[in-house]
Design a protein around this ligand. Structure first.
Ligand code: ASP
Length: 310
């Protein structure tokens, strides 16, 4: 059996990995460990793109997206556009375990949370409101001044309301050799109310299959959904690519699609882990995507390979 291993997106992923790794070493299932790890980031008010303290949408409301998946039976669940529930990844797990459905959204998801005993609580903090206000001012300034083309841009940058977004995606391999993943985010700051990103969508933000591997995404959800990135990466591993090659293939696909559409290449980043414990990560040029790895009792932060047009 492979040694347990866990990887997670961004610098804040270190916290998730530091929580998940000892659980995996103690023999806990991959999903329990990945979920506990992701929850530490949801709880952290300083992480302004996940859970409590996430930057609100265009109307000043925090709407959260999350999903979970386990690789043995392909059990999965997701929630999208959920207000006032902090632990949306745990809620996604309840959708998986307590219903016959895969995805619940909005008010229905919130009502289900209440039925399941989740507290309804405020998710904004003074700091997240301050950042929200700043982002709104920047957005206003951007809409009145034409955007400059950056080096390597195909066309001028698009109209995404803000660069402020990130997701914690945690992929874990447990002692039994089984994989699981969790993905949780507040999505794009200033997004339109009701906007759903890739993160709660099985196959886009996350996909896990013990017979091939696990993959997760972060970055502009619209571009990730368009290429069904996580399922694409898992299928590339099934076809024989290493996790690193599969992540790079997904970034190349995102680039090819941007070229085909004549669009500015939005930031996307991918992580993958296979049942042997091999992992990989890649992102679009300029994204600077650190990711955390936990193995053999140690947590380290690595940089993903950046791929651009040339
Ligand atoms: N993928 C997330 C979304 O589009 C945001 C991010 O990970 O940066 O909602």
């Amino acid at each position: 059996m492979p040694d347990p291993l866990v990887i997670a997106t961004w610098k804040f992923g270190e916290k998730a990995v530091a929580t998940a790794l000892p659980m995996l070493q103690a023999g806990k299932p991959a999903l329990d460990a990945a979920l506990a790890g992701a929850q530490t980031v949801e709880d952290d008010p300083e992480v302004d793109s996940v859970g409590f303290g996430g930057i609100p949408n265009a109307q000043g409301v925090v709407q959260l997206d999350a999903c979970v998946m386990e690789g043995k039976r392909l059990d999965c669940g997701g929630v999208a556009g959920v207000e006032h529930v902090k632990h949306v990844a745990a809620l996604a797990r309840r959708v998986m375990e307590k219903t016959d459905h895969v995805l619940l959204v909005g008010l229905g998801a919130q009502q289900f949370a209440v039925q399941q005993g989740f507290p309804l609580e405020p998710l904004v903090t003074p700091e997240s409101l301050r950042k929200w206000d700043e982002a709104r001012k920047k957005q206003k300034a951007r809409s009145s001044a034409p955007m400059k083309r950056r080096k390597g841009d195909l066309v001028p940058p698009g109209t995404f309301p803000s660069d402020s977004h990130d997701t914690v995606t945690v992929l874990a391999l447990d002692r039994s050799g089984s994989l699981a993943g969790v993905c949780t985010t507040s999505g794009l700051a200033l997004k339109l109310p009701g906007r759903v990103g890739d993160s709660p969508l099985i196959g886009s933000g996350l996909y896990v299959d013990d017979t091939a591997g696990a993959a997760g995404a972060t970055g502009v959800g619209e571009e990730i959904i368009r290429i069904h990135a996580s399922a694409f990466i898992v299928e590339a591993m099934r076809a024989g690519k290493s996790p690193q090659e599969a992540c790079e293939a997904a970034v190349q696909l995102a680039i090819a699609v941007a070229l085909r559409r004549g669009k500015h290449l939005a930031r996307v980043a991918f992580l993958a882990l296979d049942p042997k414990g091999r992992f990989g990560a890649a992102c679009t040029k300029g994204t600077a995507f650190p990711f955390a790895v936990g193995r053999k009792g140690k947590v380290e932060l690595l940089e993903a390979k950046e791929l651009g047009l040339e």
